[in-house]
Design a protein around this ligand. Structure first.
Ligand SMILES: Nc1nc2c(ncn2[C@@H]2O[C@H](COP(=O)(O)OP(=O)(O)OP(=O)(O)O)[C@@H](O)[C@H]2O)c(=O)[nH]1
Ligand SMILES: [Mg+2]
Ligand SMILES: [Zn+2]
Length: 311
C-alpha cells in the first residue's frame, strides 16, 4: 500500500491504524487535531495516512493527517454544508456495470466517470454477468468497451458467477487501495466474495446494514484481500457522493472533450450550439461518441450545482 500508517477503520473516538509492517493498532485523536478541523464532520477518514505519537503508556495518538491525494466526500445531511469524508487516498475505483439484470445506462456510467475525474480517482469499468448476455448484448458490450478504452478507461468483461476475468481483476487490485461501486444487484458482493471468500460475511453485513438505512455515513472499513491489495467498503461509495461542479467545468471531466477544448472558436464555448465547436466537429466525425455527448448534454441541463451520481 504505502509507507505511512493508514487508517483502516473509524468508529466514534477510536481508529484502527495499519502500520507499514502490517500490524494494526488502535489510536485516538490528539486533542489539538480535533479543533483544527472545520469543514468536515470527521477529521480523520478511512484511507488517511497519519503520523502517530505515543505517550508513556504506549497508547497511540493520531497527531497529524498527511495531505490526501484524493478523497470522496458526501454532505452530512441535505441541509448541511458540512461534508463527511467517506474514504481517501484511493488508487482505483472499479465501477461494476451490467448490460442487463439490471441494466446500467451509459448516462449512469458517464456521471460516475465525471465524478471520479473530479475526484481524481482513476476508474476501471467492470462489465459483469457476461454469462447472461445474448449475441446482441455481446455486440453492444464490444462497442462500449471500444468507446471507453479509446478514451483511456480500462475495461474488463467478467462473470463473477463463473469466475471469468477474476485473475485479471485480482492482479489489478494487488498492491492498491480500491473501491468497488455500482448499482444494487450488479454483483459487487458476489465479485468480492469470489476474489476472497473470507470476506463474504462482512460484505453481506455491510450491504444489509445499508438497506436498513441506519447510520450509513459512520461506517467505513478498509479490508485486506487475500489476493493482495486493499478494498475500502462503505455503503456510501455505491453512489459516490456529491461533487460541486460548475457548468463550465463539466467538459473538463470528459477527457476526450478536454483534449479538444482549445480548438473551439470561442473560449467560453459550451459545446452545445456554438459555431466552430471542435467537440461538435469531432462528434460529427465519430471521434466523440454519441452516448458520451448525450451524457454531457444531460449533465449540462441539470440545474443543481451539485451533480449527484444517482443510484
Ligand atoms: N448470472 C450471473 N449472476 C450474477 C453474477 N454476479 C452476481 N450475480 C447475481 O446477481 C445478484 C446480485 O448480486 P450481488 O452480489 O448481491 O449484487 P450487489 O452489487 O452486491 O448488490 P447490493 O449489495 O444490493 O448493492 C445475485 O443473485 C448474484 O448471484 C454473474 O456474473 N452472473
Ligand atoms: Mg452487495
Ligand atoms: Zn466547443
Amino acid at each position: 500500500m504505502n509507507q505511512h500508517p493508514t487508517v483502516t477503520r473509524s468508529t466514534g473516538q477510536l481508529y484502527q491504524v495499519r502500520l507499514p509492517d502490517g500490524q494494526t493498532v488502535t489510536a485516538r485523536l490528539k486533542g489539538k487535531l480535533r479543533l483544527k478541523e472545520l469543514k468536515t464532520t470527521n477529521p480523520v477518514a478511512v484511507g488517511d495516512w497519519v503520523r502517530l505519537e505515543h505517550d508513556e503508556a504506549e497508547s497511540h495518538f493520531i497527531a497529524e493527517v498527511l495531505p490526501r491525494k484524493n478523497y470522496i466526500i458526501r454532505r452530512s445531511t441535505n441541509l448541511s454544508h458540512q461534508g463527511h469524508v467517506l474514504a481517501s487516498n484511493i488508487d482505483n475505483a472499479f465501477l461494476v456495470a451490467t448490460l442487463s439484470h439490471p441494466r446500467t445506462t451509459t448516462a449512469f456510467i458517464d456521471r460516475f466517470l465525471v465524478t471520479a475525474e473530479a475526484y481524481r480517482i482513476p476508474t476501471t469499468l467492470l462489465f459483469n454477468k457476461m454469462d447472461l448476455y445474448d449475441e446482441q448484448e455481446q455486440a453492444h458490450l464490444r462497442e462500449l468497451v471500444e468507446v471507453y478504452e479509446d478514451i483511456g478507461y480500462r475495461c474488463l468483461a467478467l462473470s463473477a458467477l463463473r469466475g471469468t476475468g477474476l485473475e485479471q481483476l485480482a492482479q489489478w487490485m494487488r498492491g492498491k487501495v480500491s473501491v468497488v461501486s455500482g448499482h444494487s444487484g450488479v454483483g459487487k458482493s458476489t465479485l468480492i466474495n469470489a476474489l476472497d471468500p473470507s470476506l463474504s460475511l462482512r460484505v453481506g453485513e455491510i450491504s444489509d446494514y445499508h438497506h436498513k438505512g441506519k447510520h450509513t455515513t459512520t461506517f467505513s472499513e478498509m479490508v485486506e484481500l487475500a489476493t493482495g491489495g486493499f478494498l475500502i467498503d462503505t455503503p456510501g461509495i455505491k453512489g459516490f457522493g456529491m461533487v460541486e461542479m460548475k457548468k463550465a467545468e463539466i467538459a473538463h471531466y470528459f477527457p476526450e472533450m478536454f483534449a479538444l477544448l482549445e480548438h473551439c472558436r470561442y473560449g467560453n464555448c459550451t459545446h452545445l450550439h456554438e459555431p466552430g465547436c471542435a467537440v461538435k466537429d469531432a462528434l460529427a466525425e465519430g471521434l466523440v461518441s454519441e452516448s458520451r455527448y448525450l451524457s454531457y448534454i444531460s449533465l449540462m441541463e441539470d440545474d443543481d450545482k451539485y451533480r449527484p451520481v444517482g443510484y
